[in-house]
Design a protein around this ligand. Structure first.
Ligand code: CMP
Length: 372
């Protein structure tokens, strides 16, 4: 029962945090009539109670699973503490409620734990930590050098803007981040030249940061997708007898597609540039004579367009929610060149289908040789 409650709260956390921040927004509005403010206070108290229960259940689980006390230093536990303690402490110390509720902004810290997408972000940042640190160091170096240079060049002319290193650093930060408030601007020719150089450096630094994070995200998503596809490929009998190295190559070519039931995957008469393997589920091939042929897990379809005129010769739809693996035409030809045994099996199957010798529900055979 308790784990179910925890799971439910965990699922609802993004929604509850969002509601909490909205309620905080209105509960702290002085223009709102007292009665309405009471409503928002009620919502905030209810959310505080839920988050307190969540924290207590977390501690309970921690104790019954005999986890180490040092684990309580985890980010997840810190978010539990910050969600409850500051508000209760402020209430106990007699702060005004409009001030107390400002601490409910801390509920937003629960989001990185509750939303799985954040784990991808944390992972990318930890993998790319070194290049990101290099860019950060580069940023700091340019910042300091430009601040010192501007202090020397402009300090005498504009003491209000560059008279101290602290003021020059402020200028360097706004310029390097391309924010450019324009409240402090160089007036000497040398100062302006330095400013131009710093602005270009700022763009370069942010370009580098974006590039590092974007490639990190792409690589990590590919790795995750590969791990998911690998599991599915290993389940398809067609690839069963291949060496692991060959399966790795094939898993990199395939794209996973989760298709709901009764969804048309290929339509007769349309151009086809890929074929499909059924990792799970079932599809129905609608033949001209109206009789459907069912293909189950492990089977493939869409190969005839790749081997023939490029036009689909039947409509294929899922009968149940299915997971398909998509192989693009170019990858199919690459695969056929590297694994002639696979290509022979696909061709033989296409030939059988063309002559209508396939019976409903029949599966194509797995490839018998183990070439890599
Ligand atoms: P394609 O023509 O690319 O698109 C429709 C697909 O339906 C076709 O490839 C085959 O994979 C599949 N198909 C066509 N005829 C049959 C059949 N008689 N039995 C099973 N599958 C078929």
């Amino acid at each position: 029962m308790l784990p179910v409650v925890r799971k439910l709260i965990a699922r609802l956390t993004p929604l509850l945090s969002g509601i909490g921040v909205l309620a905080m927004f209105f509960a702290t509005l002085p223009e709102l009539p007292r009665l309405d403010q009471d409503w928002f206070d009620g919502v905030l108290f209810a959310l505080l109670a839920i988050f307190t229960v969540d924290w207590v259940l977390y501690l309970h689980e921690h104790i019954v699973t005999h986890r180490k006390w040092t684990d309580l230093r985890s980010f997840e536990h810190i978010t539990h503490v910050l969600a409850v303690l500051p508000i209760t402490a402020a209430l106990a110390l007699g702060f005004r409620q409009t001030e107390v509720w400002l601490f409910s902004a801390l509920w937003l810290l629960k989001l990185p734990v509750a939303i799985s997408g954040f784990t991808l972000l944390f992972r990318v940042v930890s993998i790319e930590a070194k290049p990101l640190a290099s860019v950060a160091i580069m940023f700091a170096v340019i910042l300091m050098l430009s601040a010192v240079a501007m202090h020397l060049v402009e300090g005498g002319v504009q003491p209000a803007g560059y008279g101290t290193l602290y003021r020059s650093v402020y200028w360097a930060v706004t310029t390097l981040t391309t924010t450019g408030y324009g409240d402090v601007v160089p007036v000497t020719a040398v100062g302006r030249s330095i400013a131009g150089f710093v602005m270009i450096c700022g763009l370069t630094v942010f370009g580098l940061l974006t590039g590092i994070l974007a490639t990190g995200f792409a690589a990590e998503s590919r790795r995750r997708e590969f791990a998911r596809t690998w599991d599915l490929v290993a389940k398809v009998p067609f690839f069963r007898n291949l060496q692991p190295t060959a399966i790795i190559g094939i898993a990199q070519m395939l794209r996973r597609w989760d298709v709901p039931e009764r969804t048309i995957v290929v339509r007769k008469g349309r151009q086809g540039d890929c074929m499909y393997f059924i990792a799970s589920g079932q599809v129905e091939v609608l033949l001209d004579d109206g009789s459907p042929v069912h293909l189950n897990q492990g089977s493939f379809f869409g190969e005839m367009a790749l081997l023939g005129s490029g036009v689909r010769n039947a409509t294929v739809a899922t009968t149940v929610p299915s997971t398909l693996l998509i192989l693009d035409a170019t990858d199919f030809h690459l695969l056929a060149a590297n694994h002639p045994d696979l290509a022979t099996t696909v061709r033989a199957e296409a030939e059988r289908r063309r002559h209508g010798t396939l019976t409903a529900g029949a599966e194509p055979p797995a490839v018998e040789t183990g070439r890599s």
